[in-house]
Design a protein around this ligand. Structure first.
Ligand code: HEC
Ligand code: HEC
Ligand code: HEC
Length: 376
């Protein structure tokens, strides 16, 4: 009897155990097998390429002695300029006719080829990487140029290989269609039904902004974006426009108007979001002097300027944050935030920077808490 019970128990334990093993298997099997069978890019390089190119990319190996031309020395800074990522991928895929460099497309997958190129560029060609590369440029070379081309004109293979083909960033069509906000959105979330991947999760948001700015500066508007942007008709760091002043003060009544859609903003959430996402442009203190503001034209709104304080109540802030400013770097946040979240950020901006009677001089961070708690 007891034996039967305990046997029943062990049986159940076994079932439970095998259930977990099964679940574990289903979940981790792809990862495990990827780890177990997929050689790293370094291993691939050492296995297939080092015999000629050298374990450290130095190019002189026993095998390479008689070769003419000799294998490429990846460590040699001269000639590195021509070794763009695009070209390397082409050469590895198809080989270099008339040389000892054969094509590897039957042996390596496309992903492996890209991985090996990353490895060579990251580890063996450090001079290219560190010397002349801004973060945005590096990110572009690493993740985007394979499809969009080193010079932003769509990689040759992808022009016919992908449908639709990757965006060419150098023509008027791109300049007209690709607002900053649209680019950020497309890069974060990808373009459905196309080869354009979503990069959120793979790149941090800062990296996404860096690479997008690189594309804009290097390809879309190489002569400077200002030329293409309507004359700034806005309030930057303290410049007031007559039009703004003419709007006059919002009266106290207007200042009490609630958020639209019956929303009540949560300023604590708003503060966290503001500090993480808005302060790089608008400044921790709302004064429009965040670290990125220096590079931006027109300048981010200074919320502490009296003209802002005359212009914004809750509904207007909500609207402004949701819609962004088409001709500026101000994103339309409704693309990424829910109405509730917009209300949260708006509430924080309103209470902390805009509300009448608020001290207009920037405060030290931290004192804002008072306002949060005071609430409404
Ligand atoms: C049998 C020797 C040999 C092997 C193995 C070899 N290569 Fe090469 N590789 C060469 C030679 C020779 C050249 C120079 C070709 C030239 O000057 O056009 C070269 C050139 C290159 C270039 C520069 C191409 C260009 O556009 O100038 C790259 C990149 C490259 N190899 C990558 C690799 C990778 C990655 C592997 C391993 C998957 C590899 N090679 C394996 C001999 C080899
Ligand atoms: C595997 C190929 C591939 C890679 C890698 C790739 N893209 Fe794209 N990209 C595409 C394609 C294809 C399109 C065109 C999509 C379409 O027509 O809607 C595109 C379009 C775009 C657009 C325009 C989107 C729009 O709204 O019209 C931007 C901006 C962009 N890519 C940026 C990037 C950035 C930044 C990276 C690297 C972080 C990157 N892409 C990497 C294939 C790629
Ligand atoms: C990449 C820089 C950047 C970021 C990030 C940014 N803004 Fe802006 N924002 C601007 C610029 C530039 C303007 C000025 C536009 C103008 O005055 O024409 C602006 C204007 C505004 C305005 C006034 C818009 C109007 O219609 O008058 C509000 C409100 C605002 N931002 C709120 C926010 C909030 C809230 C966040 C974060 C959720 C944020 N911004 C993030 C750059 C940015």
């Amino acid at each position: 009897m007891t034996e039967a019970v305990s046997r029943g128990n062990t049986h159940r334990t076994k079932i439970v155990l095998s259930f977990f093993i099964f679940v574990g298997f289903v979940f981790f099997q792809p990862i495990l097998s990827a780890w177990a069978t997929e050689p790293s890019s370094q291993e691939l390089y050492q296995k297939y390429c080092a015999s000629c190119h050298g374990r450290k990319g130095e190019g002189s190996t026993a095998l390479s002695a008689g070769m003419d031309p000799p294998p490429r020395k990846f460590t040699d800074p001269s000639g590195l300029v021509e070794l763009t990522r695009d070209r390397m991928i082409q050469s590895i895929r198809n080989g270099r006719p008339g040389t000892a460099m054969s094509g590897w497309d039957r042996i390596l997958t496309e992903a492996q080829i890209m991985g090996v190129v990353d490895y060579i560029q990251d580890r063996l060609m450090p001079s290219v990487r560190s010397a002349n590369a801004s973060p945005g440029r590096r990110l572009f070379a690493q993740h985007c140029s394979v499809c969009h081309g080193d010079s932003g004109e769509t990689a040759v293979w992808a022009q016919s290989g992908l449908n639709p083909s990757p965006r060419n960033f150098t023509n008027d069509k791109a300049r007209q269609e690709l607002s900053l906000e649209r680019m950020l959105f497309s890069v974060r979330f990808g373009r459905p039904e196309t080869a354009m991947p979503a990069w959120s999760g793979r790149l941090t948001d800062t990296e996404i902004q860096e690479v997008v700015h690189y594309i804009r500066n290097a390809f879309l508007f190489p002569g400077g974006e200002k030329l293409h942007v309507k004359e700034a008709d806005t309030v930057g760091n303290g410049n007031v426009l007559a039009e703004e002043e003419n709007e006059g003060s919002l009266n106290l009544e207007a200042m009490r108007e609630p958020m639209p859609q019956n929303l009540t903003g949560d300023p604590e959430w708003g503060m966290r979001f503001y500090l993480a996402n808005c302060s790089t442009c608008h400044g921790k203190n709302g004064d429009g002097r965040g670290p990125r503001s220096e590079f931006i034209e027109p300048k981010p709104r200074n919320f502490r300027h009296p003209s802002s304080q005359h212009k914004y109540n809750r509904p207007r802030l909500f609207e402004a944050i949701a819609k962004g400013e088409v001709r500026s770097e101000m994103p339309a946040w409704e693309k990424v935030l829910s109405p509730q979240e917009i209300a949260n950020v708006g509430e924080y901006v309103f209470l902390t920077f805009i509300k009448p009677g608020h001290d207009q001089k920037p405060e030290k961070p931290g004192t804002d808490d008072k306002d949060l708690k005071r609430g409404e």
